[in-house]
Design a protein around this ligand. Structure first.
Ligand code: SF4
Length: 675
């Protein structure tokens, strides 16, 4: 008997039209937990290192987290993994909502898709009955429209649908998979779904999900709910509104956007509007938000309500998630009403709300610079809002200039040439990032942003505050009930962190302290992504209800496989190292671990080198960012060590012909060059 997980995956070959229900190996749960961890293992084992993202060999995996579908609050993430057409590295993206719990209740932990269907199809999973069905009538339809059509067609109003829109069908490199309350947007996962000829996966599940020790498990769940209630009544003082509460974040409840609108650059990351947020703007945006927001909503089994249904007059209702509320507005130098309107169309098309506004702002910047001309934009309206709608329509159809832009700023800049590359200044490993530019290097953020395998700014967020508290009284008050820390040394790191002077950024937190903080924050993300816990209740906010001290109890009582803090930490380390190995096998090296050049006004090359060296040493990577044989063996990743050794990657000589050891920087150049 398997607990928390079902012990079965669905294997679907879209080329052959075959569907198999396959029992999984419980040893994999012990090693990798589930979700991102077990999916990464499948990608490592089964996708050749040189497989093209758009190919039969590439897999697209929809996974539940290990605790999804149980009573654990907020455990509802669907983890989608594949190889990205944009970065050509492993892509993973998480959806909230209801899809993963529904799949668990249908009796499966994952849907593993391989091959490509010659015709557009959808997958219908109705408990034990699974079918591949014709979707030609859905071609060109929006993602939300598709979901509605399928629910009606199947007469299953409670079915959960994950679908792509036009962008996915046309393999736009930053196409998303939409799913009602949420989406998997980063890395062009929707483009891979489109390449496979799969329009949607519809799921209906009515079976039970069992846990090993129910009474113990329910006690832990109650503890989480009690703490959520406590935090609702006790927001953290002294931090911006958006950080003071729990959630992911609760953008749709909060109107105060001073922090985002004054800290982040607008347009293609060129202009900072420090004095933008005024009382008048706040009132105007409050009215806009309250006029269109019909209802606050939550994901499966979560009381937080951090999304909302949005009804803009004249447009179909849709659900707004997190920070996309602002991304279009800030890219177009416009107002919130425009943002709500264009986000509706973008959701139907199925595009990433982080990348898309950046790509459109980049195109207009090239036009202003004369690198592109009016001839490239025939018929484009004169007003900025009209231009954004016009560009969005061209991109998802891959029409004219939209065909170049559909590959994202990195690849578009390369093809356009004529100096366009210097406008591609906001990408990491070829993926557009949020327009955030800062004055002074923050060492913790530098490491998380540069080295994160998700290649996404959201992965920098964690349980350690992002800025020091100005006074000692505030710091002491913060650490007083900070029981989530894995070790008391983190309290001292915070107490000693000053806004100015020798204990301030970039020299403090020290190199060692920065690595410790990154290690903690990073591991929490890997635990969430394996268990399917919402980061908004765990790895993302300050003082969350899930932490390293209660997670082992959840996993043990849930699965019946006993984990303590050390073994859970080790499983998270194993998953983190495996993802690095997957990307290393595809060519990623130290020189690729860097933020956008102008991300900070003040950079410190020697310090950054030291930080990276120490981080690699702590992770068991060599100076080139490659996991060492010793660390792989210690993590029981023997097959990974063997493979990397056979390929000559482990112990690889650097450009100067010298081998490097843990943390030592080699002479090297960027090797992630897939142009
Ligand atoms: S915190 Fe928000 S995003 Fe996370 S599960 Fe709850 S409602 Fe969903």
């Amino acid at each position: 008997m398997r607990y928390a997980e079902t012990g079965f995956d669905l294997e679907v070959d879209l080329s052959r039209g075959s569907i198999d229900r396959v029992e999984t190996d419980p040893e994999m749960t012990k090693l990798h937990l589930g979700g991102l961890g077990t999916s990464a293992r499948i990608l490592w084992d089964r996708v050749p290192a040189d497989a093209e993202p758009f190919s039969d060999e590439n897999l697209l995996i929809f996974s539940t987290g290990l605790l999804c579908g149980t009573a654990a609050p907020g455990c509802n993430r669907t983890i989608v993994t594949t190889f990205s057409p944009q970065t050509r590295l492993m892509a993973y993206s998480m959806m909230g909502g209801f899809w993963a719990p529904e799949l668990k209740h249908a009796g499966y932990d994952k849907v593993i898709l391989r091959g490509r269907s010659p015709d557009l199809v959808y997958l219908w999973i109705n408990n034990d009955k699974v079918e591949i069905r014709d979707a030609s009538h859905l071609r060109g339809k929006g993602a939300i429209e598709t979901a509605e059509c399928l629910r009606q067609e199947l007469k299953e109003p409670n079915a959960q649908v994950a679908a792509i829109g036009l962008a996915g069908e046309n393999r736009v490199f930053y196409a998303s998979i939409e799913q009602g309350r949420s989406s998997a947007s980063r890395g062009g996962i929707g483009a891979v779904m489109g390449d496979k000829g799969l329009k949607a996966i519809v799921v209906r599940g009515t079976k039970d999900v069992n846990v090993a020790r129910p009474a113990e498990f329910m006690d832990l769940c109650k503890g989480v709910l009690d703490y959520i209630k406590f935090r609702e009544d006790h927001p953290i003082p002294g931090v911006p509104a958006i950080l003071a509460v729990l959630g992911s974040p609760q953008e749709m409840k909060i109107v105060d956007e001073e922090w985002h609108t004054t800290s982040f650059m607008w347009g293609n990351a060129r202009t900072r509007r420090r004095d933008f947020w005024t009382h008048e703007i706040e009132e105007k945006w409050r009215k806009t938000q309250e006029d269109v927001r019909t209802r606050l909503i939550s994901c499966y089994n979560c009381p937080m309500k951090c999304g909302a249904t949005i009804s803009v007059p004249g447009q179909p209702t849709y659900m707004m998630k997190c920070y996309s509320k602002l991304t279009y507005t800030m890219a177009a130098y416009s107002d919130l009403e425009f943002g709500f309107k264009i986000a509706q169309r973008a959701t139907e098309y199925g595009v990433d709300g982080f990348s898309t506004p950046q790509v459109m702002a980049f195109a207009l910047e090239l036009l202003e610079a004369g690198i592109l001309t009016d001839a490239d934009f025939p018929g484009m309206p004169a007003d900025v809002e009209g231009r954004f709608f016009w560009l969005l329509d061209r991109i998802v159809r891959r029409e004219g200039i939209g065909d170049l832009l559909a590959d994202g700023t990195y690849w578009a800049a390369k093809r356009i040439g004529k100096g366009a590359e210097k406008f591609d200044h906001n990408t990491i490993k070829k993926q557009e990032q949020l327009p955030l530019k800062l004055g002074m290097l923050n060492p913790v953020y530098y490491l998380m942003y540069s080295t994160g395998e998700k290649i996404n700014i959201t992965q920098i967020e964690g349980q350690f505050p992002q800025a020091p508290f100005p006074t000692m009284e505030e710091r002491e008050a913060f650490v007083k009930d900070w029981f989530q820390v894995p070790d008391d040394k983190f309290k001292q790191y915070l107490l000693d962190w000053e806004p100015r002077g020798e204990n301030s950024n970039p020299l403090y937190p020290s190199v060692q302290a920065s690595c410790d903080i990154v290690d903690w924050q990073e591991k929490m993300h890997y635990i969430d992504d394996a268990l399917g816990t919402c980061a908004g209740l765990s790895s993302f906010p300050l003082k969350p209800p899930y932490h390293i001290h209660n997670f082992p109890g959840f996993v043990s009582a849930g699965t019946g496989i006993d984990f303590d803090e050390a073994s859970l930490w080790k499983a998270a380390t194993r998953n983190r190292t495996l993802l690095r190995a997957i990307n290393v096998r595809r060519g990623m090296r130290r020189a690729d671990d860097k933020p956008p050049e102008d991300h900070w006004k003040k950079r410190f090359p020697d310090l950054e080198k030291k930080l990276l060296n120490e981080y690699y040493k702590m992770k068991g990577f060599d100076g080139n960012g490659i996991p060492t044989k010793e660390s792989l063996l210690d993590l029981e990743l023997d097959c990974v060590a063997e493979d990397l050794e056979q390929r000559g990657i482990i112990g690889q000589a650097n450009a100067a012909g010298q081998k490097t050891s843990a943390g030592e920087e080699p002479e090297g150049k960027e090797v992630l060059s897939h142009a």
